[in-house]
Design a protein around this ligand. Structure first.
Ligand code: DC
Length: 204
């Protein structure tokens, strides 16, 4: 079965949590495509050229070091502007999406650029304030010493860059179903996503 679920949305909207849980429940493979850009961003912070780093990226780079820090997130958003970086990462993502067992990919341009023919497209969003609060609590639990104001400024800076770049900007695909998680618990958001996805499953 080839079955592709594309989940796009801004930082900390819940798309990663939803995608992982959906993949687990439906027995699909899951790729967090932000990790590709984070891995390139981390290599850039370590002094490598972003384009070379993207061209040389290996699957094991996605497990290396802590790719979840705020600095790496900003670096990822900056390298993601470069068309050569994005081009270098396309084949890996499309090959993943074409896995025979089906796949869920989450990111910014999955429904618009990487998998325009995905079987299901979700655009997961929430207000910037709510997303920043979630990210603040997440970072705080990991022991980071950042303030709520700093996290909100980071989220807004990334939104601005991700939505306004000329190459593959963050936006809902025309045929995407938008899921606003601002007022939803994780479980409510997951159930809402599953309703949309299960309706499109073959033999449903
Ligand atoms: O999903 P994330 O927060 O881990 O993504 C980090 C950055 O990577 C994000 O700010 C923009 C970039 N990105 C992208 O441009 N395209 C994707 N498909 C995924 C992430």
């Amino acid at each position: 079965m080839r079955f592709t679920v594309a989940v796009d949305g801004p930082a900390a909207a819940g798309k990663g949590t939803i995608s992982k849980a959906v993949a687990q429940q439906l027995g699909l493979a899951h790729l967090d495509t932000g990790l590709l850009y984070r891995a390139v961003g981390a290599k850039t912070l370590a002094g490598h050229s972003p384009i070379e780093a993207a061209r040389a990226l290996q699957p094991e780079d996605l497990d290396s070091g802590d790719l979840r820090t705020a600095d790496v997130a900003q670096a990822a958003s900056k390298v993601a502007i470069l068309p050569e970086v994005r081009a270098a990462l396309v084949d890996f993502q499309r090959a993943f999406a074409d896995r025979p067992g089906g796949a869920v990919l989450d990111g910014r341009d999955i429904g618009t650029v990487i998998c325009p023919d995905a079987d299901v497209k979700l655009f997961v969003t929430a207000s910037a304030e709510i997303r920043a609060e979630r990210r603040y609590l997440e970072l705080n639990a990991k022991g980071a010493t950042t303030s709520r104001e700093e996290v909100l400024a980071d989220v807004k800076a990334r939104d601005e860059r991700d939505m306004n770049r000329s190459e593959a900007p963050l936006k809902p695909a025309k045929d995407a179903v938008t899921l606003d998680t601002s007022a939803l618990s994780i479980d409510e958001a997951l159930q809402a996503a599953l309703v949309v996805i299960k309706a499109k499953l073959p033999n449903n």
